[in-house]
Design a protein around this ligand. Sequence first.
Ligand SMILES: [Ca+2]
Ligand SMILES: [Ca+2]
Ligand SMILES: [Ca+2]
Length: 283
Amino acid sequence: MRKAPPPMSRLFLSVIVFSAAANSMAEVFTYEANVFPEQAGWDISQIFCDPGLSLEEDGRFVVDVDLCKGDPPPGGQGATYRRTLDEHIGSEALFFEWRLQTNADRSELPWGGGGAFAVADDFGVRYTFFIARDEAVLNRDNLLPIIHVDIEPEQFHTHRLELYGDELYIWSIDGEVVDSGIPEGFLPVFNPRTSWRTRSVWLPNTTQWDYIRYGTIPAGGSGDFNSDAVLDVDDFYFFQECRTNSGPATDAGPGCRWADMDQDSDVDAHDFALFQLAFTATE
Ligand SMILES: [Ca+2]
Ligand SMILES: [Ca+2]
Ligand SMILES: [Ca+2]
């Protein structure tokens, strides 16, 4: 679910109505945490032992987890959601972006506690991220090096995974690349899915999810966030976010290359002017 479109976009209502039919096969899935996950297309994998699940008005899904009453650790409350990635099978350029803040202790991570986000398929290719208040970990395979990254505590962080077939994966945090390399294999191929979880193993935590987005990586400078060949209000919402997070001469980061219309690395007023031109040109 999206926030109400900003007033400026009303100018383009006729375009939106016109393009609505073409959007039904959007290449991108977005969950902005304005409703509960199961109301927005996520399947519940498991909700264990009655965790606290709530929504904040500004679009955050807040999960409070603690140990199960009367049941000694390890293993406490948890909430796990998933979606199939079947519609992306064979895709050669996929992104996953998720934004969260957690106060989970890093001692929870080796046990699978704290926040977690995963992409996997049945050919054994997987990317599992474990996130604590001050550390993020990527485990692709127990036989491969496990990547540990220190992160600033008490803040929201934006994680992004880009997959380019079997050639390259890139993990970035807040726009900075923290790890990249050659994948173990092509993903998604067979029974691919993405899932995310909040869990307590030994200690309680509160984990706030701001959004989860994934799909086709939009072309650089295209202005077309959801790769549906139409520039409309769906793209505008994300364009504004990129513009807010960037500014003149500030690198907008890998998640906003598509919004950098003049390809000079920032997303500023010049890009907005070009975006507007392309927007109206779709009429
Ligand atoms: Ca949100
Ligand atoms: Ca679009
Ligand atoms: Ca620019």
